[in-house]
Write a protein that binds this ligand. Sequence first.
Ligand code: PMP
Length: 368
Amino acid sequence: MTFGIDDLPVRDELRGKSPYGAPQLDVPVRLNTNENPYPLPEALVERITERVREAARDLNRYPDRDAVELRTRLAEYLTETSGYAVDEHNVWAANGSNEVIQQLLQAFGGPGRTAIGFEPSYSMHGLIARGTGTGWISGPRHDDFTIDVPAAERAVAEHRPDVVFITTPNNPTGNAVPAETVLALYEAAQAAKPSMVVVDEAYIEFSHGASLLSLLEGRPYLVVSRTMSKAFGAAGLRLGYLAAHPAVVDAVQLVRLPYHLSAVTQATALAALEHTGTLLKYVEQLKTERDRLVAELRAIGYEVTESDANFVQFGRFEDSHEVWRKILDRGVLVRDNGVPGWLRVTAGTPEENDAFLDAVRELKKEQE
Ligand code: PMP
């Protein structure tokens, strides 16, 4: 018998669990992880090279621990795009919004505390809760995947969670959450006890509606988290950030590792933020492609959940995993998130989307 993980004294709650991760398969069309299909423009690649070369000369030193220049530029981006003014004291950055979420749970969750999410939603919220010793509560949704507000309010009142997660647009379902829902849950959370409400806006740039950033006004327990992985097309950079009351930024600094954002990451992100115009230029095209996927999938005869993101949830299938495999057999990788009866496809380039649509059209014909 070989020595394995079960022979190690790992924490009980980790026993028998698998690491998170979508399959990284080498197939012609990969539409499974909500990445932006377009590589960075050449001018930006040049600028990153310049900035990183400069940073390399100082790599004998630790980076700016508080990433002040980067937080200032991120605050400017948020202010310009949302019309709601924030500055560097409101903004915190980390290695992907996953790390932002982890730091929030380290600061506000932890042993003896709980967090709630309304599922199906981004599964890492629950997994990071587990990793930080925070109890996880699965809150309700309607059959159409919108949040069941009265039931959600009751769940918050009953469990009195320390952290409430609201993902808008939601992953994997794609639908946006109205501001009124966030406000109702914020009120419910504060009535139960002061608890943090984290609005995960990873896909907000693709939404038909606006960011909920302005809800931060007068709401010190609200946090909006963002990422450069999706609309910015920089998933490989690993840069996520949050906007909140400055006290929240003080709190996450208690748990962040010193120098968590490398000088190379900061230099790359700063270069990217000089080019937001070019970076975001594909967002409109991806929104058009997303809307085309919704329309064509419906025309083929599938059910589709309304999408404000760069992906579309479609169904319904008796055996979604079997359908996932058949689409893969046709060279297209989509995502089986474990939502019974549904699959998720990321909007790719027009050619990739055509390949996907051809594959599912063929499947539908086979079934008839
Ligand atoms: N939030 C949501 C809703 C996501 O879907 C993702 C990525 N799949 C993330 C956060 C994390 O993204 P990243 O760590 O790349 O910023």
